[in-house]
Design a protein around this ligand. Structure first.
Ligand code: SF4
Ligand code: SF4
Length: 425
């Protein structure tokens, strides 16, 4: 730990504030994760990663930087991980799910902004995140107005590059996005001093696709009943996917899937066969935002899928690996990254179709529509989600909340009533 303290000090962290943050985490983690009964043994690796959240991985990033490597911070699944790898860099997701540094964030942002934006700004300004301080470049995007303007502010405190994301998946929207991917390639090459080649990009695509395949394999196992793994654990794995070493992470997820296949064969589940099966849709849940999954699963349900960017939206689509030229592969990357049905698109009807398909595929009994307060894209799109689910006869509960624990009791009451209604259907 002492060597980590020196590392955090060198990174310029506010050590007193960082100590407070680290002291709060293990308590939450024990409650939410370690007390689960009958948990797969393969989760030990992911427990280790959380236990070392500001330790081992940050040390790996420093070692990489000491060798001249560059670290790129991202905030959205539209920023292609494969392109960062192809330029010789390492990516880390910086979205955070903890109410910290709010006072610092509110000094530069309005109070009424979503917790996700406030949280990443707070982590940066309060100097408590070693990942932020390890980044040589932050790559933002114009997905929603809050983020778009927040990146201008963030630019006063760190080097920021912003990609323009289209609002429609039209011919012109796709052309704009391809050009943005080409320009990002150039920016990453300038950063790392390494050229992106057809070979390096194909290699990056293959590594990230292997990670996506492993996560899809895990997701497919959750279709079975009884569910072999909790939604909490699956969410945690998705959250860790954004910053762990890509190859190590992939092999650990595959090892966990091997174990889950055995559990399925033996009929072992994390919950009984007859507990209500829930799909969560909506705003992404960045680490360590586990509030609603914990309430659902400790209240008698099991989450079997997440139509979230910390879920299926992140890994469901693969990038085509074939192509005769570098530009072909860049086109594949651009096309793949427009597959995500983020609420920033208009219209976004395919998202509604997908939610219904997921409910059917995973034999779910109901949907929780999770919206982060002040997240306009998902809050307004809730109308479409709920209309569609109603027309399909699928029970839905909307939960609008933030990162605080103040409303946990009230959410628990509503979730338990919802689960009871579903169970009695
Ligand atoms: S919800 Fe939209 S903006 Fe947020 S990470 Fe997902 S794709 Fe990006
Ligand atoms: S899409 Fe929603 S949750 Fe994400 S940054 Fe924008 S307002 Fe916040």
């Amino acid at each position: 730990m002492d060597s980590y303290r020196q590392m955090w000090d060198r990174l310029g962290l506010n050590l007193a504030a960082h100590d407070q943050l680290m002291a709060a985490l293990p308590l939450t983690y024990a409650d939410v994760y370690l007390r689960q009964e009958n948990r797969p043994k393969g989760m030990e690796y992911f427990d280790f990663v959380v236990n070392e959240i500001h330790g081992q991985r940050v040390k790996e990033l420093q070692d990489f930087r000491d060798q001249g490597g560059k670290v790129v911070g991202t905030f959205c699944i539209f920023v292609p991980e494969e392109l960062v790898l192809a330029a010789g860099g390492i990516y880390v997701g910086l979205c955070s799910g903890l109410d910290i540094g709010s006072a610092e964030a509110e000094a530069v942002l309005p109070r009424n902004i979503c917790s996700l934006i406030k949280s990443f700004m707070g982590f940066k300004l309060a100097r408590v995140c070693p990942y932020f301080e390890s980044c040589d470049l932050l790559v933002g995007e114009t997905t929603c107005d809050g983020k778009k303007k927040a990146f201008e502010v963030l630019g006063d405190f760190a080097p920021v590059y912003v990609m323009e994301t289209p609002q429609k998946k039209s011919v012109s929207g796709r052309a704009l996005w391809l050009e943005e991917i080409r320009q990002l390639r150039q920016r990453l090459e300038d950063l790392t001093g390494q050229k992106v080649t057809k070979e390096s990009l194909r290699d990056g695509i293959k590594k990230v696709n292997a990670k996506r395949r492993a996560l899809k394999r895990l997701s497919h196992l959750r279709r079975l009943s009884p569910a072999p793994i909790s939604g909490r654990d699956a969410l945690l794995i998705s959250q860790i996917a954004f910053y762990d070493d890509v190859e190590r992470f992939t092999s650990q997820v595959n090892a966990l899937c091997d174990e889950l296949e055995q559990r399925v064969e033996s009929g072992i589940g994390i919950a009984a066969k007859d507990v209500p099966r829930i799909v969560v849709t909506g705003t992404p849940m960045a680490i360590p935002n586990w509030k609603v999954p914990y309430i659902v699963e400790s209240g008698g349900g099991v989450i079997v899928a997440e139509e979230l960017c910390t879920g299926l939206r992140y890994f469901d689509a693969l990038t085509e690996e074939e192509g005769d030229s570098l530009d072909d592969l860049l086109e594949n990357v651009a096309a793949r990254h427009l597959e995500a049905d983020c609420a920033c698109f208009t219209p976004n009807t395919r998202r509604m179709d997908k939610i219904v398909d997921i409910v059917k595929d995973y034999e779910a009994d109901g949907v929780i529509n999770y919206v982060l307060s002040f997240c306009d894209p998902y809050a307004v799109e809730s109308y479409q989600v709920e209309k569609r689910l109603k027309s399909e006869g699928i029970p839905c509960l909307k939960i609008e909340t933030d990162y605080s624990q103040e409303d946990a009791g009230q959410i628990r009451t509503r979730v338990e009533a919802f689960l009871e209604i579903i169970a009695n259907k």
